[in-house]
Design a protein around this ligand. Structure first.
Ligand code: MSP
Length: 486
């Protein structure tokens, strides 16, 4: 087959970085949980850009399947109109969160997405991995997947609190079972690196239980909101087979340049789809595998997953309007341990805002910059100096990011802030312009260099704040505090 999905080699890709978020279901408006996946990906995209890499950062919306058609029916809108409306909510929120994605993929895009999803299907089929069979099972619309009876509690899906539909039908199967051993070894030896390790172990023990082939299409008479199976329009491609192809279609003409993903960010509920089905599809299509999959926990409210079903949704825009973009990003990245579930509350947000952003960062910088400003003449000439201490800080910070420990990376920055604050107190900096000009000027120069470092390290996390600090330390205008008590 003369296909565009051909990957040449992995050389020349050292300076490229391809990162993805899951594509979001549009059955609801974006909430803080969705924002979380995107913010994490944005930090990594910006961090790698700052390293000088060429970055492709993909996000988008998952718009087919039973779940979406049901949501559309509830609103009374025709499905495509509904999809356009809800997809737009997800697209519009990105600039509000200051997310710099390279492209926004939609699975209903017949020009960009469909041809690639179809091509992928054809590749798997030519590999002999698609066959027709009959299926009987329990379908959970919330998961968009069949569940095993053992996964239910009293006949109910414990995640969605709904009774699955009993489905018995003819459809196409994907020979997933064929890939069990090879997946196992590739995950074991970190060829596909699954982080955190607890998730790697979880998926390995899942693989050890044995893989069954999976249903990969639905009869079009029961579900036609999707992509028709090539060569058999009586069947619709399974929504996950359609959705996973976004990581290919979303690259558009840059597929060859960027594929495979360096990092895929996902929540813990979609681990199997990404660590088992997706790499099996790629193996079947003879395409290279993602390098790293990072699995984050849930944003919870009083310990419960934020979700439409539970009805405990927080709209990120509400927080942005009250506190601003960076305080929201700061909360998500500092308060929450990425590998675990983390609670959101307005009390905790206010506490973080007051203590870390206003008192910690803003006041420390402001006090010092005001003194520098008042004695500005002393600091006309400045040079950027990277001391051994600064290099150590940077190294620790890099390591934290490499481990997806964003909260730790931020802690390192705040340790430096508190160190500066203590030094200022100890030296009584405010008395020095009168008492010891030389010492004063030395401390300020040194501290301004620390501020450069702080701004630089902050930039992937809090881009606006990082830029603001760089602006302030030029001392062109009287310094204003970065954050004020609300
Ligand atoms: N459409 C599928 C993904 C297809 S990717 C080929 C999907 N969509 S989703 O909208 O339900 O979830 C998208 C992402 O948002 C997932 O990573 C999910 O874990 C994340 N979150 C949804 N609610 C969340 C929280 N309350 N907390 C953190 N993330 C959660 O699954």
């Amino acid at each position: 087959m003369n296909s565009s999905l051909n990957i040449m080699n992995n050389q020349n890709k050292k300076n490229k970085y391809y990162i993805t978020t899951p594509i979001y279901y549009i059955n609801e408006r974006p909430h803080l949980g969705h924002a979380y996946s995107s913010v994490i990906a944005d930090v990594l995209a910006r961090y790698n850009k700052n390293l000088g890499k060429e970055v492709f950062f993909l996000t988008g919306t998952d718009e087919h399947g039973r779940k979406i058609i049901q949501a559309a029916e509830k609103t009374g809108l025709p499905p495509q109109e509904f999809a356009d409306k809800y997809s737009a909510y997800f697209k519009e929120i990105l600039p509000l969160l200051n997310i710099e994605n390279s492209y926004f993929i939609r699975t209903t895009d017949k020009e960009i997405h469909w041809p690639k999803a179809i091509e992928l299907w054809q590749k798997i089929k030519s590999a002999g991995d698609i066959y027709k069979g009959s299926y009987k099972g329990l379908y959970c619309v919330g998961h968009e997947a069949f569940l095993k009876p053992s996964e239910l509690k009293n006949g109910i899906c414990p995640d969605h609190q709904t009774k699955p539909e009993i489905i018995e039908e003819e459809n196409y199967f994907f020979k997933l079972s064929r890939y069990q051993n090879i997946l196992k070894s590739k995950i074991e030896n970190d060829e596909i690196k699954i982080l955190p390790t607890t998730r790697k172990n979880e998926i390995l023990s899942f693989l050890n239980e044995g893989l069954e082939d999976i249903s990969f299409s639905r009869p079009a008479k029961d579900l036609n909101w999707g992509i028709p199976v090539p060569g058999d329009a009586t069947q619709t491609i399974y929504v996950w087979a359609d959705a996973l192809a976004n990581y290919i279609s979303g690259l558009k003409n840059d597929f060859d340049k960027f594929f495979p993903p360096d990092t895929q960010i996902i929540g813990k509920d979609i681990l199997r789809f990404h660590a088992v089905i997706w790499p099996a599809i790629l193996l079947s299509a003879k395409l290279p595998l993602p390098k790293t999959i990072f699995i984050h926990g849930y944003i919870t409210i009083n310990g419960q997953k934020m979700s439409k079903t539970i009805g405990n949704i927080i709209d990120p825009v509400e927080i942005i309007n009250k506190y601003g973009i960076d305080p929201l990003r700061y909360y998500l990245l500092r308060e929450i341990v990425p590998s675990q579930d983390g609670d959101f509350s307005y009390e905790k947000l206010k506490k973080r805002y007051d203590s870390d952003l206003v008192n910690g960062l803003s006041n420390t910088i402001h006090r010092i910059l005001i003194l520098a400003w008042q004695n500005k003449k002393m600091f006309n000439e400045r040079e950027k100096i990277s001391t051994a201490e600064r290099q150590i800080i940077r190294k620790k910070y890099d390591q934290a990011i490499l481990n997806f420990e964003f909260n730790e990376a931020l802690k390192i920055i705040w340790e430096l802030i508190s160190h500066i604050d203590k030094k200022i107190e100890k030296e009584k900096l405010w008395e020095l312009p009168q008492k010891n000009q030389k010492k004063f000027s030395e401390i300020i120069k040194n501290t301004l260099n620390d501020f450069y470092l702080i701004a630089d390290l902050l930039k992937p996390f809090l881009p606006l704040t990082g830029e603001k600090i760089l602006e302030l330390i030029k001392l062109e205008n009287k310094p204003e505090p970065i954050f004020k008590k609300l």
